[in-house]
Design a protein around this ligand. Sequence first.
Ligand code: PEP
Length: 252
Amino acid sequence: MDKKLVIANWKMNIPSKGIDHFLKSVIPEMTNLQYVQPGICPPYLFIPQLFELLDNSSILLGAQNLHYEDNGAFTGEISAQLLETYCSLVIIGHSERRHLFHETDEEISKKIQTASHFNLTPILCVGENITERKNNLSSKIVTSQLITGLSKIKKPNKLIIAYEPLWAIGSGNAATPTDIELMVKVIRQVMLEKFGVESQNTVQIIYGGSVSEDNITKIITLPNMDGVLVGNASLDPLQYNNIIKNIETITT
Ligand code: PEP
């Protein structure tokens, strides 16, 4: 059985008491994890620092975005080539990038292709907004994001899909287990149709949107749930530790 992923997305934040304090509180708790694979995606500036600090720990390091070109005149951007020295994961197509920075599914597909050429496992974020949900379009939207976003990939070595409904992100209210379970099934079916049965080994499906120490048990015990992407709660080392500990306890 694959370990359950618990990926922290710090966004444009650092933990309130600083990175050193965070890691001092978290790293000792992460030794001998049997059932959880933790990861942290900090702002770019902190990636080299975390790389040093996480050396010999079991925590994976990831970026929150990349540019699809390998190099060139792209002021303010970062390439897979630069990231792969430090990172093994990269978040692509987060809803904040889609909506605030107008990233399209087409651009996302190029980013997925680039990450896959380098040694970076893409975490492709998909999810519907509240209007789409109210109009019963959730499955259609997520399917279309997957089809276009993955259009340049023939067979992934490793791919993570994060179902992150926009209305749950940062709201304090996670999607219900029923909603999550339904969408995990939809995503799994699209993966089967696109990449065949092998996708059961190469594609992991995780959930993100107001995950906390209080709701992790209900979410992680859903069928075929491979982990979680955690925003706000991942900035607090206590919460992050508790999410991980809860999963270790349930799975034991
Ligand atoms: C996110 O934006 O990826 C996320 C999961 O945020 P939060 O946990 O704060 O809803």
